[in-house]
Design a protein around this ligand. Structure first.
Ligand code: AP5
Length: 252
């Protein structure tokens, strides 16, 4: 700095020029010394920017919704009503897996043993199923995802699939229901549904435990983009439907 002030040309203009030049050389020097850190910083920044851009870009063409919640929270029940109201394409991985079981495909047979224990089917299986279903219906107003994504890896895969359509998730509506209410609903359904994973209380509790262990991470993933809205999931089916619709209508 002293060199700046004790110079033979000490006119104010010269002083400003020398300060600017010294400042510029200092920055250039720093830039050269630290270019590796800068490249890494910019790369991370760019990747993060792309992910955030995807979540904050609104596509007028599609509205994609995740109906989220633990087993028995009413995802299937409310999905029926929502797809009728909004003409969304309903994609339920549980339904897709049960259809494989009914057709006795090799995938279905493998999945059945896992589902009967109340555990999650491997990510690559469900991601593959969702991808092929999405590819079969290229022109829909939007997708209603029910029971998917269920792990952080599935959420990242879904974001990637939707990025290709330039249509990110619009909102995740997360149904909140107490554990004893969930167990009671599923035990009741088990009396008539024929679903083998509904008949045994231990399996029902294992499904709920699996949800807490692996699936709540999905809500954390979308919370960072401000996409999650908690919805009280107890009350009459119509009351809950109205709560869901008012959230959707405020975003469309
Ligand atoms: P899946 O079929 O997705 O089942 P789930 O998540 O366990 O959910 P449910 O269908 O049991 O409950 P729901 O929230 O849809 O509630 P519903 O409306 O039916 O998955 C089954 C298995 O497949 C998993 O365990 C896993 O193994 C595998 N799987 C699926 N997706 C996967 C994935 N992405 N990754 C890995 N594995 C996967 O309602 C339940 C009952 O409550 C009904 O009888 C209903 O009439 C009643 N009910 C609904 N609303 C109300 C209300 N307001 N008041 C009183 N009763 C109500």
């Amino acid at each position: 700095m002293n060199a700046v002030f004790h110079h033979k040309n000490s006119s104010p203009k010269g002083l400003v020029l020398r300060i600017s030049f010294n400042h510029f050389s200092f920055l250039l020097n720093k830039l050269v010394n630290e270019w590796e850190k800068i490249v890494v910083f910019c790369t991370f920044g760019f990747v993060e920017f792309c992910i955030h851009q995807q979540h904050f870009t609104t596509s007028t063409a599609m509205f994609n919704l995740i109906l989220f919640g633990p087993p028995g929270s009413g995802k299937g029940t409310q999905s029926e009503k929502l797809m009728a109201r909004y003409s969304l394409k309903h994609l339920s991985t549980g339904d897709l897996l049960r259809s494989e079981i009914t057709r006795q495909t090799p995938l279905g047979m493998e999945a059945k043993a896992i589902m009967d224990r109340g555990e999650l089917v491997p990510d690559e299986v469900v991601i593959g199923m969702i991808q092929s279903c999405m590819d079969q219906v290229p022109n829909v107003p939007g997708f209603l995802f029910d029971g998917f994504p269920r792990t952080a890896a599935q959420a990242v895969a879904l974001d990637h699939l939707l990025q290709q359509k330039n249509a990110p998730i619009g909102v995740m509506l997360a149904l909140q229901v107490g554990e004893e209410e969930l167990v009671s609903r599923l035990m009741k359904r088990g009396e008539t549904s024929g679903r083998s994973d509904d008949t045994n209380e231990q399996v029902i509790r294992a499904r709920i435990a699996e949800y807490h262990k692996k699936t709540t991470a999905v809500a954390d993933h979308y919370r960072q983009f401000n996409k999650v809205v908690d919805i009280a999931g107890e009350g009459s089916i119509d009351e809950i439907f109205d709560r869901l619709c008012s959230e959707i209508d405020s975003r469309k």
